[in-house]
Ligand binder design. Structure first.
Ligand SMILES: NC(=O)c1ccc[n+]([C@@H]2O[C@H](COP(=O)([O-])OP(=O)(O)OC[C@H]3O[C@@H](n4cnc5c(N)ncnc54)[C@H](OP(=O)(O)O)[C@@H]3O)[C@@H](O)[C@H]2O)c1
Length: 222
């Protein structure tokens, strides 16, 4: 059973059954796990979906279900990167104090409103879906697109909009990395938001690791 929080209007079709929506907290998720007889829980959320990850850990413990996180290591800066690391969204907003700039906010739609506190900038936004309500940033341009993105595509986007600063979360992995390579290529500074803390857990970084944990080694030919 693949369980989505329901943030994307048209999720991609999947080859397994899908359900959508929250469970009503840790107790609700633990009840669901017990009632459906789930034996293994794979947390495959984005590294910033901290509440889902915390709930998954706590509910698995309550229901006596095995738990693993399928995630990706955080990005680390390379030669040519100009990163300014901040602890959270509020710190990223504070880091934008100062004269008007052309800023790409590569954050998804959930935290964009916080940047209304720095209305002097021209913001470039990229969402998966059209915005349901007006975006509270006085000067912005919205692009609707769904990753993974290529370096060429992100270079073109940054150049077309004459972006001089990128703000993003340290998601890790390859699907969202193109913008960092593009920023490095253009010599742009990056405000990099560190990941929220998640309690200690078993983590794997590839699907093969998840399948091995599920004892599906035979399917991998190993
Ligand atoms: N946060 C990001 O930056 C980010 C970026 C890209 C993609 N995403 C993806 O967007 C989705 C939502 O992320 P988020 O940051 O909004 O989450 P979140 O704040 O951590 O959690 C939102 C709510 O999702 C519900 N939930 C918990 N486990 C669930 C499950 N297995 N299936 C469905 N719902 C569950 C919980 O509601 P109840 O308490 O009612 O159970 C939880 O309070 C995730 O799939 C995440 O991977 C997030």
């Amino acid at each position: 059973m693949l369980s989505y929080a329901g943030r994307v209007a048209n999720p991609k079709p999947q080859p397994v059954p899908v359900r959508i929506g929250g469970f009503g907290g840790v107790d609700g998720l633990a009840t669901y796990l017990r009632e459906t007889g789930i034996t293994h829980l794979v947390d495959a959320t984005h590294p910033f979906a901290a509440q889902m990850s915390r709930h998954a850990l706590a509910a698995a413990a309550l229901a006596g279900v095995l738990h693993i996180a399928f995630t990706r290591p955080a990005w680390t800066p390379e030669d040519g990167d100009d990163w300014h690391r901040v602890g959270d969204i509020d710190a990223a907003v504070a880091a934008l104090a100062g004269p008007s700039r052309r800023v790409m906010l590569a954050l998804g739609r959930m935290h964009v409103e916080a940047f209304a506190a720095q209305p002097q900038h021209r913001y470039l936004l990229r969402f998966v879906d059209r915005a349901e309500r007006a975006i509270g940033l006085p000067d912005h341009h919205l692009v609707i697109d769904r990753g993974p993105f290529t370096v060429e595509c992100d270079l073109t986007l940054l150049r077309e909009h004459a972006i001089d600063l990128l703000v993003c979360k340290n998601a890790g992995g390859s699907g969202a990395m193109a913008k960092l390579v593009a920023a490095r290529t253009l010599g742009l500074p990056v405000v990099m938001i560190d990941r929220p803390a998640i309690p200690a857990r078993t983590e794997v970084y590839d699907v093969a690791g998840v399948l091995r944990w599920l004892d599906h080694d035979a399917d991998l030919g190993v």
